[in-house]
Design a protein around this ligand. Structure first.
Ligand code: SAH
Length: 230
């Protein structure tokens, strides 16, 4: 059972889409738990202020270290502490697999310009980015990261094999998928997939994976070629 704690000023955004479909079923079955802590409860003034202007000037607001620090003091009880941030380490399937092995994840979600660096340093938070673009808040990023992690928890995917063959698991993107009808508006499903010949299908899929990876993701293609050498 994975214990998840999120620190946020919008606790109502959780579980959000994680409450539906596979992740929602896993939640109902107790495969993961969620506690959403409202950072505002730790504000020192009656307005519930959590942020202030950036030292040194500039646009926007920054989350105060004393307020977030008080929330962490009470709710961070060990395990990996993650801070969603475009400055972070890129989230990859490899990191997702690592996180799925943990017992407990504490995730800081911020808004505005981000968080006073001192509190992140003091608690040893790891910055994690879900991609090279900027969102309005860490909550969206946290839910995407959690979605990827939760589907890898034991018993969440109906078929454990589907996780092994997917995009990124071996640096290759997935081959194209087809279903019935075998002819749709004059377009046929590739012949080999109807052949029932397992080895030929496997070879065809691998060839397709290689082709699409080389064409779309030269960075992954290079990693794949390097991994094949060893
Ligand atoms: N000024 C900041 C961006 C702030 S965006 C900068 O340039 O780095 C507001 C919040 O949204 C961030 O603090 C972070 O929690 C979240 N966020 C935005 N983009 C993200 C991304 N790509 N990955 C993870 N979190 C992100």
């Amino acid at each position: 059972m994975l214990k998840v704690k999120v620190l946020t000023i919008f606790p109502e955004l959780f579980p959000g889409f994680l409450g539906h479909s596979l992740t929602g079923k896993a939640y109902a079955e107790g495969k993961w738990s969620l506690e959403a802590v409202n950072i505002r409860d730790f504000a020192f003034d009656k307005h519930g202020s959590v942020d202030d202007t950036p030292m040194g000037g500039g646009a926007g607001m920054v989350m105060r270290p004393d307020v977030l620090g008080a929330a962490l003091e009470k709710h961070y009880t060990g395990g990996r502490l993650l801070n969603m941030s475009p400055r972070g380490k890129p989230l990859t399937q490899q990191l997702v697999r690592e996180l799925a092995q943990e017992q407990e994840l504490t995730i800081i979600c911020s808004r505005f310009e981000g968080i006073d660096e001192r509190v992140l340093e003091a608690y040893g938070a790891e910055d994690i980015s879900i991609g090279d673009y900027v969102l309005t808040g860490g909550e969206q990023a946290a839910e995407i990261m959690l979605d990827a992690v939760i589907r890898l928890l034991p018993g969440v995917l109906g078929n454990e094999d589907s996780a092994k063959e997917e995009s990124f698991e071996n640096y290759l993107l997935e081959y194209p998928q087809y279903t019935k009808p075998s002819n749709w508006q004059g377009r046929n499903v590739p012949e080999v997939l109807l052949s029932g010949h397992h080895q030929k299908i496997k070879d065809w899929r691998l060839a397709q994976s290689k082709q699409v990876t080389e064409a779309r993701r030269p960075d992954l293609w290079k990693k794949y070629l390097d991994s094949e050498k060893n």
